[in-house]
Ligand binder design. Structure first.
Ligand SMILES: Cc1cc2nc3c(=O)[nH]c(=O)nc-3n(C[C@H](O)[C@H](O)[C@H](O)COP(=O)(O)OP(=O)(O)OC[C@H]3O[C@@H](n4cnc5c(N)ncnc54)[C@H](O)[C@@H]3O)c2cc1C
Ligand code: SF4
Length: 315
Protein backbone atom coordinates (compact mmCIF):
# COMPACT_ATOMS: atom_id res chain seq x y z
CA UNK A 1 0.00 0.00 0.00
CA UNK A 2 1.29 3.45 -0.91
CA UNK A 3 2.16 5.76 1.98
CA UNK A 4 -0.27 8.64 2.45
CA UNK A 5 1.15 11.81 0.97
CA UNK A 6 0.08 14.51 3.39
CA UNK A 7 2.24 17.12 1.64
CA UNK A 8 -0.47 17.20 -1.06
CA UNK A 9 -3.30 19.51 0.08
CA UNK A 10 -5.72 17.49 -2.08
CA UNK A 11 -5.38 14.69 0.48
CA UNK A 12 -7.04 16.80 3.15
CA UNK A 13 -9.73 17.92 0.74
CA UNK A 14 -10.58 14.33 -0.09
CA UNK A 15 -10.86 13.24 3.54
CA UNK A 16 -14.15 15.10 3.91
CA UNK A 17 -16.27 13.83 1.03
CA UNK A 18 -18.87 16.61 1.01
CA UNK A 19 -16.22 19.33 1.17
CA UNK A 20 -14.32 17.74 -1.69
CA UNK A 21 -17.49 17.39 -3.79
CA UNK A 22 -18.40 21.07 -3.34
CA UNK A 23 -16.88 23.04 -6.25
CA UNK A 24 -15.98 25.79 -3.76
CA UNK A 25 -14.64 23.26 -1.19
CA UNK A 26 -16.86 24.79 1.49
CA UNK A 27 -15.84 23.41 4.92
CA UNK A 28 -19.21 21.78 5.48
CA UNK A 29 -18.61 20.05 8.86
CA UNK A 30 -17.24 23.29 10.31
CA UNK A 31 -20.30 25.35 9.50
CA UNK A 32 -22.74 22.63 10.48
CA UNK A 33 -21.04 22.42 13.90
CA UNK A 34 -21.45 26.21 14.24
CA UNK A 35 -25.16 25.95 13.34
CA UNK A 36 -25.58 23.19 15.94
CA UNK A 37 -24.10 25.63 18.48
CA UNK A 38 -26.57 28.29 17.21
CA UNK A 39 -23.63 30.43 16.03
CA UNK A 40 -25.41 31.35 12.82
CA UNK A 41 -23.42 34.48 12.00
CA UNK A 42 -20.11 32.64 12.15
CA UNK A 43 -21.59 29.73 10.18
CA UNK A 44 -22.67 32.25 7.53
CA UNK A 45 -19.18 33.77 7.37
CA UNK A 46 -17.51 30.35 6.97
CA UNK A 47 -19.76 29.91 3.94
CA UNK A 48 -19.33 33.45 2.65
CA UNK A 49 -15.56 33.03 2.58
CA UNK A 50 -15.89 29.89 0.44
CA UNK A 51 -18.90 30.37 -1.76
CA UNK A 52 -19.65 34.14 -1.69
CA UNK A 53 -23.47 33.87 -1.88
CA UNK A 54 -24.64 31.62 0.98
CA UNK A 55 -28.20 32.99 1.08
CA UNK A 56 -28.54 32.47 -2.67
CA UNK A 57 -26.92 29.04 -2.63
CA UNK A 58 -28.90 27.88 0.41
CA UNK A 59 -31.92 28.19 -1.88
CA UNK A 60 -30.53 27.34 -5.29
CA UNK A 61 -27.30 25.37 -5.18
CA UNK A 62 -27.29 22.16 -7.21
CA UNK A 63 -25.70 20.63 -4.08
CA UNK A 64 -23.16 18.13 -5.42
CA UNK A 65 -22.05 17.85 -1.78
CA UNK A 66 -25.20 15.94 -0.80
CA UNK A 67 -24.77 12.80 -2.94
CA UNK A 68 -21.22 12.65 -1.50
CA UNK A 69 -22.42 12.90 2.11
CA UNK A 70 -21.45 9.77 4.08
CA UNK A 71 -24.76 9.70 5.95
CA UNK A 72 -26.38 8.88 2.63
CA UNK A 73 -24.66 5.48 2.76
CA UNK A 74 -26.35 4.45 5.99
CA UNK A 75 -29.54 6.53 6.07
CA UNK A 76 -32.20 7.11 3.44
CA UNK A 77 -31.19 10.71 2.82
CA UNK A 78 -27.93 12.65 3.20
CA UNK A 79 -27.59 15.62 5.57
CA UNK A 80 -29.51 18.60 4.12
CA UNK A 81 -26.25 20.52 3.61
CA UNK A 82 -27.67 23.03 1.16
CA UNK A 83 -30.70 24.00 3.21
CA UNK A 84 -28.51 24.34 6.33
CA UNK A 85 -26.70 27.08 4.46
CA UNK A 86 -30.04 28.86 4.22
CA UNK A 87 -30.64 28.31 7.95
CA UNK A 88 -27.39 30.16 8.72
CA UNK A 89 -28.23 32.93 6.25
CA UNK A 90 -31.76 33.47 7.54
CA UNK A 91 -30.79 33.44 11.24
CA UNK A 92 -27.52 35.36 11.14
CA UNK A 93 -26.99 38.69 12.89
CA UNK A 94 -25.10 41.74 11.65
CA UNK A 95 -22.11 40.48 9.67
CA UNK A 96 -20.44 43.84 9.01
CA UNK A 97 -17.70 43.38 11.61
CA UNK A 98 -16.71 40.06 9.96
CA UNK A 99 -16.31 41.49 6.46
CA UNK A 100 -12.79 42.26 5.26
CA UNK A 101 -11.55 45.83 5.59
CA UNK A 102 -11.14 47.69 2.34
CA UNK A 103 -7.87 49.64 2.28
CA UNK A 104 -8.31 53.40 1.79
CA UNK A 105 -4.91 53.60 0.13
CA UNK A 106 -5.09 51.41 -2.97
CA UNK A 107 -2.29 49.29 -4.39
CA UNK A 108 -2.14 51.25 -7.65
CA UNK A 109 -3.65 48.54 -9.88
CA UNK A 110 -6.94 48.98 -11.75
CA UNK A 111 -9.02 46.01 -12.90
CA UNK A 112 -12.01 45.97 -15.28
CA UNK A 113 -14.66 43.30 -14.83
CA UNK A 114 -17.07 42.87 -17.73
CA UNK A 115 -20.40 41.45 -16.61
CA UNK A 116 -21.72 41.64 -13.06
CA UNK A 117 -22.82 38.04 -12.56
CA UNK A 118 -21.53 35.76 -9.81
CA UNK A 119 -18.21 35.20 -11.62
CA UNK A 120 -17.22 38.89 -11.78
CA UNK A 121 -18.70 39.66 -8.37
CA UNK A 122 -16.51 36.92 -6.88
CA UNK A 123 -13.42 38.42 -8.49
CA UNK A 124 -14.46 41.83 -7.09
CA UNK A 125 -15.01 40.36 -3.62
CA UNK A 126 -11.56 38.75 -3.61
CA UNK A 127 -9.55 41.64 -5.09
CA UNK A 128 -11.10 44.71 -3.41
CA UNK A 129 -9.75 43.78 0.06
CA UNK A 130 -6.26 43.55 -1.48
CA UNK A 131 -6.41 47.21 -2.52
CA UNK A 132 -7.26 46.83 -6.21
CA UNK A 133 -9.45 49.50 -7.81
CA UNK A 134 -12.29 47.58 -9.40
CA UNK A 135 -14.46 48.80 -12.28
CA UNK A 136 -17.52 46.63 -12.90
CA UNK A 137 -19.40 46.88 -16.22
CA UNK A 138 -22.83 45.42 -16.91
CA UNK A 139 -25.58 46.20 -19.38
CA UNK A 140 -28.24 45.68 -16.68
CA UNK A 141 -29.32 48.18 -14.02
CA UNK A 142 -28.15 46.03 -11.11
CA UNK A 143 -25.59 43.33 -10.41
CA UNK A 144 -26.36 39.64 -10.11
CA UNK A 145 -26.41 38.41 -13.73
CA UNK A 146 -28.55 35.32 -14.24
CA UNK A 147 -29.17 35.07 -10.50
CA UNK A 148 -31.36 38.13 -11.07
CA UNK A 149 -32.57 37.66 -14.63
CA UNK A 150 -33.20 33.91 -14.84
CA UNK A 151 -33.64 32.30 -11.43
CA UNK A 152 -37.33 32.93 -10.62
CA UNK A 153 -38.10 35.10 -7.58
CA UNK A 154 -40.23 32.36 -6.01
CA UNK A 155 -37.01 30.35 -5.62
CA UNK A 156 -34.72 33.27 -4.89
CA UNK A 157 -36.27 36.40 -3.33
CA UNK A 158 -34.84 39.65 -4.65
CA UNK A 159 -34.12 40.87 -1.11
CA UNK A 160 -31.69 37.96 -0.53
CA UNK A 161 -29.92 38.64 -3.80
CA UNK A 162 -29.72 42.41 -3.19
CA UNK A 163 -28.25 41.88 0.25
CA UNK A 164 -25.47 39.57 -0.93
CA UNK A 165 -24.66 41.51 -4.09
CA UNK A 166 -24.68 44.65 -1.89
CA UNK A 167 -21.95 43.30 0.43
CA UNK A 168 -19.65 43.26 -2.60
CA UNK A 169 -20.71 46.50 -4.31
CA UNK A 170 -20.28 48.27 -0.95
CA UNK A 171 -16.59 47.35 -0.97
CA UNK A 172 -16.02 50.53 -2.96
CA UNK A 173 -16.55 48.94 -6.37
CA UNK A 174 -16.90 51.46 -9.21
CA UNK A 175 -20.03 50.34 -11.02
CA UNK A 176 -20.78 51.11 -14.65
CA UNK A 177 -24.29 49.69 -14.93
CA UNK A 178 -26.47 50.08 -18.01
CA UNK A 179 -23.24 49.97 -19.99
CA UNK A 180 -22.96 47.36 -22.72
CA UNK A 181 -19.34 46.68 -23.60
CA UNK A 182 -19.37 46.37 -27.36
CA UNK A 183 -15.66 46.80 -28.01
CA UNK A 184 -12.87 44.99 -26.21
CA UNK A 185 -10.45 47.32 -28.01
CA UNK A 186 -11.98 50.32 -26.21
CA UNK A 187 -11.62 48.59 -22.85
CA UNK A 188 -8.02 47.60 -23.59
CA UNK A 189 -7.22 51.19 -24.56
CA UNK A 190 -8.22 52.34 -21.07
CA UNK A 191 -5.49 52.11 -18.44
CA UNK A 192 -6.58 48.86 -16.79
CA UNK A 193 -3.89 46.52 -15.53
CA UNK A 194 -6.12 43.49 -16.15
CA UNK A 195 -9.52 42.74 -17.66
CA UNK A 196 -11.78 39.88 -16.50
CA UNK A 197 -14.50 38.80 -18.91
CA UNK A 198 -17.43 37.40 -16.93
CA UNK A 199 -20.17 37.79 -19.49
CA UNK A 200 -21.76 34.36 -18.96
CA UNK A 201 -23.17 32.02 -21.58
CA UNK A 202 -26.70 33.29 -22.14
CA UNK A 203 -27.95 31.21 -25.07
CA UNK A 204 -31.12 29.16 -24.73
CA UNK A 205 -32.00 26.07 -26.76
CA UNK A 206 -34.35 26.43 -29.74
CA UNK A 207 -35.93 24.02 -32.24
CA UNK A 208 -35.51 26.17 -35.35
CA UNK A 209 -36.15 23.33 -37.80
CA UNK A 210 -39.20 21.79 -36.18
CA UNK A 211 -42.13 22.20 -38.63
CA UNK A 212 -44.41 25.07 -37.55
CA UNK A 213 -41.74 26.72 -35.33
CA UNK A 214 -42.02 30.06 -37.14
CA UNK A 215 -45.76 29.99 -37.97
CA UNK A 216 -46.97 31.17 -34.56
CA UNK A 217 -43.71 32.50 -33.25
CA UNK A 218 -45.20 35.00 -30.82
CA UNK A 219 -46.49 32.00 -28.82
CA UNK A 220 -43.27 29.98 -28.87
CA UNK A 221 -40.66 31.20 -26.38
CA UNK A 222 -37.03 30.40 -25.61
CA UNK A 223 -36.80 29.37 -21.94
CA UNK A 224 -34.08 31.68 -20.62
CA UNK A 225 -35.31 34.70 -22.61
CA UNK A 226 -38.85 34.17 -21.38
CA UNK A 227 -37.69 33.88 -17.76
CA UNK A 228 -35.72 37.13 -18.11
CA UNK A 229 -38.81 38.87 -19.51
CA UNK A 230 -40.80 37.64 -16.52
CA UNK A 231 -38.05 38.75 -14.08
CA UNK A 232 -37.95 42.24 -15.60
CA UNK A 233 -41.76 42.55 -15.62
CA UNK A 234 -42.18 42.56 -19.43
CA UNK A 235 -44.33 39.42 -19.27
CA UNK A 236 -46.99 39.12 -16.59
CA UNK A 237 -49.26 36.36 -17.87
CA UNK A 238 -49.38 33.31 -20.08
CA UNK A 239 -52.16 31.34 -21.78
CA UNK A 240 -54.10 28.65 -19.90
CA UNK A 241 -52.51 25.73 -21.76
CA UNK A 242 -48.72 25.56 -21.75
CA UNK A 243 -46.34 22.91 -23.06
CA UNK A 244 -42.74 23.08 -21.85
CA UNK A 245 -40.33 21.17 -24.09
CA UNK A 246 -37.21 20.01 -22.27
CA UNK A 247 -36.15 18.20 -19.13
CA UNK A 248 -33.49 20.41 -17.56
CA UNK A 249 -33.64 22.86 -14.68
CA UNK A 250 -34.58 25.72 -17.01
CA UNK A 251 -37.65 23.71 -18.07
CA UNK A 252 -38.56 23.20 -14.40
CA UNK A 253 -38.29 26.96 -13.78
CA UNK A 254 -40.40 27.63 -16.89
CA UNK A 255 -43.21 25.23 -15.97
CA UNK A 256 -43.42 26.43 -12.36
CA UNK A 257 -43.34 30.08 -13.50
CA UNK A 258 -46.11 29.34 -16.04
CA UNK A 259 -48.23 27.98 -13.21
CA UNK A 260 -47.82 31.27 -11.36
CA UNK A 261 -48.66 33.39 -14.42
CA UNK A 262 -52.02 31.75 -15.10
CA UNK A 263 -51.12 28.47 -16.80
CA UNK A 264 -53.85 26.02 -15.74
CA UNK A 265 -52.84 23.03 -17.82
CA UNK A 266 -49.05 23.03 -17.81
CA UNK A 267 -47.31 19.91 -19.18
CA UNK A 268 -43.61 19.15 -19.48
CA UNK A 269 -42.59 17.01 -22.45
CA UNK A 270 -39.20 15.31 -22.42
CA UNK A 271 -37.44 13.47 -25.22
CA UNK A 272 -35.50 11.19 -22.87
CA UNK A 273 -36.71 8.57 -20.38
CA UNK A 274 -37.72 10.06 -17.03
CA UNK A 275 -34.62 8.67 -15.30
CA UNK A 276 -32.30 10.46 -17.75
CA UNK A 277 -33.83 13.90 -17.25
CA UNK A 278 -31.17 16.54 -16.69
CA UNK A 279 -33.09 18.46 -14.05
CA UNK A 280 -32.15 17.93 -10.40
CA UNK A 281 -34.44 15.46 -8.60
CA UNK A 282 -35.67 18.11 -6.14
CA UNK A 283 -36.57 20.50 -8.99
CA UNK A 284 -38.57 17.69 -10.64
CA UNK A 285 -40.27 16.89 -7.33
CA UNK A 286 -41.24 20.53 -6.82
CA UNK A 287 -42.77 20.70 -10.31
CA UNK A 288 -44.72 17.46 -9.83
CA UNK A 289 -45.97 18.68 -6.45
CA UNK A 290 -47.49 21.61 -8.34
CA UNK A 291 -49.54 19.14 -10.43
CA UNK A 292 -47.37 19.49 -13.51
CA UNK A 293 -47.28 16.17 -15.40
CA UNK A 294 -44.02 15.14 -17.07
CA UNK A 295 -44.45 13.10 -20.27
CA UNK A 296 -41.26 11.26 -21.14
CA UNK A 297 -39.85 9.52 -24.23
CA UNK A 298 -41.69 11.95 -26.49
CA UNK A 299 -39.57 13.81 -29.01
CA UNK A 300 -41.65 16.66 -30.48
CA UNK A 301 -42.44 16.19 -34.20
CA UNK A 302 -44.11 19.48 -35.09
CA UNK A 303 -45.98 22.48 -33.77
CA UNK A 304 -49.66 22.11 -34.66
CA UNK A 305 -51.05 25.28 -36.19
CA UNK A 306 -54.72 25.65 -37.17
CA UNK A 307 -55.94 28.78 -38.93
CA UNK A 308 -52.74 30.57 -37.92
CA UNK A 309 -53.21 29.66 -34.25
CA UNK A 310 -50.91 27.46 -32.19
CA UNK A 311 -52.97 24.46 -31.04
CA UNK A 312 -50.32 22.20 -29.57
CA UNK A 313 -47.41 19.99 -30.37
CA UNK A 314 -47.43 16.68 -32.23
CA UNK A 315 -45.41 14.20 -30.20
C1 LIG B 1 -33.16 29.30 -15.82
C2 LIG B 1 -31.87 29.19 -15.06
C3 LIG B 1 -31.90 28.75 -13.75
C4 LIG B 1 -30.72 28.62 -13.04
N1 LIG B 1 -30.80 28.16 -11.76
C5 LIG B 1 -29.67 27.98 -11.06
C6 LIG B 1 -29.73 27.47 -9.75
O1 LIG B 1 -30.80 27.20 -9.21
N2 LIG B 1 -28.57 27.28 -9.09
C7 LIG B 1 -27.35 27.59 -9.66
O2 LIG B 1 -26.32 27.41 -9.01
N3 LIG B 1 -27.27 28.09 -10.91
C8 LIG B 1 -28.40 28.27 -11.61
N4 LIG B 1 -28.32 28.74 -12.89
C9 LIG B 1 -26.98 28.99 -13.47
C10 LIG B 1 -26.39 30.32 -12.99
O3 LIG B 1 -27.36 31.35 -13.08
C11 LIG B 1 -25.18 30.64 -13.85
O4 LIG B 1 -24.27 29.56 -13.80
C12 LIG B 1 -24.44 31.89 -13.36
O5 LIG B 1 -25.31 33.00 -13.28
C13 LIG B 1 -23.27 32.22 -14.31
O6 LIG B 1 -22.59 33.31 -13.77
P1 LIG B 1 -21.68 34.27 -14.65
O7 LIG B 1 -21.22 35.36 -13.75
O8 LIG B 1 -20.67 33.45 -15.37
O9 LIG B 1 -22.64 34.85 -15.80
P2 LIG B 1 -24.08 35.58 -15.76
O10 LIG B 1 -24.81 35.30 -14.51
O11 LIG B 1 -24.72 35.24 -17.05
O12 LIG B 1 -23.70 37.14 -15.75
C14 LIG B 1 -23.15 37.76 -16.87
C15 LIG B 1 -23.52 39.24 -16.83
O13 LIG B 1 -22.80 39.91 -17.86
C16 LIG B 1 -23.65 40.81 -18.53
N5 LIG B 1 -23.10 41.00 -19.86
C17 LIG B 1 -22.98 40.07 -20.85
N6 LIG B 1 -22.37 40.62 -21.93
C18 LIG B 1 -22.08 41.90 -21.59
C19 LIG B 1 -21.43 42.98 -22.28
N7 LIG B 1 -20.95 42.82 -23.50
N8 LIG B 1 -21.34 44.18 -21.65
C20 LIG B 1 -21.80 44.36 -20.39
N9 LIG B 1 -22.41 43.36 -19.70
C21 LIG B 1 -22.54 42.17 -20.30
C22 LIG B 1 -25.01 40.11 -18.50
O14 LIG B 1 -26.08 41.03 -18.66
C23 LIG B 1 -25.00 39.50 -17.09
O15 LIG B 1 -25.50 40.42 -16.15
C24 LIG B 1 -29.48 28.92 -13.63
C25 LIG B 1 -29.43 29.38 -14.95
C26 LIG B 1 -30.61 29.51 -15.67
C27 LIG B 1 -30.57 29.98 -17.08
S1 SF4 C 1 -24.72 23.40 -0.97
FE1 SF4 C 1 -23.46 23.98 -2.75
S2 SF4 C 1 -22.03 25.55 -1.99
FE2 SF4 C 1 -22.89 24.47 -0.19
S3 SF4 C 1 -21.42 22.84 0.32
FE3 SF4 C 1 -22.99 21.95 -1.05
S4 SF4 C 1 -22.13 22.17 -3.14
FE4 SF4 C 1 -20.97 23.57 -1.78
Amino acid sequence: MKATDISNPEYFHKVVDCQYACPAHTPVPEYIRLIAAERYTEAYIVNWESNVFPGVLGRTCDRPCEPACRRGRIEEEPVAICRLKRVAADNKGDISSYLPEIPLIKNGKKIALIGAGPASLTVARDLAPLGYEIHLYDDQELGGGMMRSQIPAFRLPESVLNEEVGYIIDMGIHTHFKTYVSSMKEILEKDYDAVFVGTGAPRGGDLPNLPGRWDAKEHVHIGIEWLANVAFGHIEKIGKKVIVLGGGNTAMDCCRTSRRLGGEQVTVVVRSPFKDMKASPWEIEDAMREDIPILNNMPPKEFVIENGKLKGCDL
